[in-house]
Design a protein around this ligand. Structure first.
Ligand code: MG
Ligand code: MG
Ligand code: MG
Length: 304
């Protein structure tokens, strides 16, 4: 039976490219695996796949009875609904440890670095498996995306080292230009509904028994979000909250200004403000990372 290599819901570039790259790693070790994804590529990922001539993994939303390797998460909330009926074989990730569990020993490679593809690059070196030019380019883009061109506080020296080695393999001379082209593709808000924009990069978290959903849009400029669009996003967020959530948040990140604006609908807005400390314009200077700068302070106030 082929084992599935599966990234998280509302897949981002790291999640989709991790499935491709981890499948390359496992195949190189003689394992029978197939990369899959829980959704179609978002505009940024579509740009990356097109640039390097790669095909998007097949979309899979049910894993009952299957063997599964997870990439880029270990939270049940980000897995398919029937994940409990699958057999977990392994995890490669760079997030906080989630709540998946297993009946048998699993192969886990989890490190506090900026991108799952950084871990996967190191594993290719460790197991002596080669990476072709196209895959190297896509892995490089995943690192540039997750670390926001190395500017995110999640970025480590390991990410920079992996990126430059991948750039050499891919024949990419100007990483910053490739990264900016990618973020321009990501900043395309045309033709998407407010709901699609909120869910483009969205994660639900269980915070001390409260469901908190957090979306993030990383843009080259917040000027792209017109006042009309902002109020449409705000009213859609209201709906998203009523779908069983204590809080629905959209983080609008300005990649160039290096900060984020907070849109939030909550049962307890003052609690959220206490955690994230936005200024009077809801601006949060220096906030780039949901994982490191948004989720931990929220979890802390929910725990208190
Ligand atoms: Mg991800
Ligand atoms: Mg990631
Ligand atoms: Mg991200």
């Amino acid at each position: 039976m082929t084992a599935l290599v599966l990234g998280h819901k509302n897949p981002d570039t790291d999640s989709i490219v991790s499935a491709l790259a981890a499948a390359n790693l496992y195949k190189g070790r003689g394992l029978d695996v197939t990369p899959v994804a829980q959704g179609e590529p978002a505009p940024e990922t579509a740009f990356v796949l097109k640039t390097f001539g790669l095909k998007a993994p097949e979309v899979v939303t049910s894993v009952a009875g299957k063997e599964v390797y997870l990439v880029d998460y270990s939270d049940l909330a980000q897995a398919p609904a029937d994940f409990k009926d699958a057999k977990l074989l392994g995890i490669i990730d760079h997030h906080k440890l989630g709540d998946v569990t297993s009946d048998t020993p699993v192969e886990c490679w989890i490190q506090p670095v900026g991108c799952s593809n950084t871990v996967i690059k190191k594993l290719h070196d460790y197991f002596n498996v080669s990476i072709d030019k196209a895959l190297a380019g896509a892995m490089l883009c995943a690192i540039l995306s997750d670390t926001v061109l190395f500017k995110s506080p999640t970025c480590t020296e390991d990410d920079k080292k992996a990126a430059s080695e991948l750039a050499a393999l891919a024949g990419v001379e100007d990483m910053q230009k490739l990264g900016m082209d990618m973020f321009k593709a990501k900043s395309n808000l045309e033709g998407a509904t407010p709901r699609e924009l909120i869910f483009r990069d969205f994660k639900d978290f269980d915070m001390s028994g409260h469901k908190v959903g957090i979306g993030q849009l990383e843009l080259t400029s917040l000027d792209l979000v017109t006042p009309e669009l902002k109020s449409a996003l705000q009213s859609e967020l209201q709906k998203v909250k009523t779908e069983g959530r204590h809080t629905a948040i959209l983080v609008l990140t300005d990649v160039m200004a290096e900060g984020s604006e907070l849109l939030c609908v909550s049962e307890n807005a003052s609690l959220i403000n206490e955690a994230l400390k936005p200024d009077t314009k809801m601006w949060m200077p220096g906030v780039m990372s949901r994982k490191k700068q948004v989720v931990p302070p929220l979890e802390a106030v929910f725990k208190a």
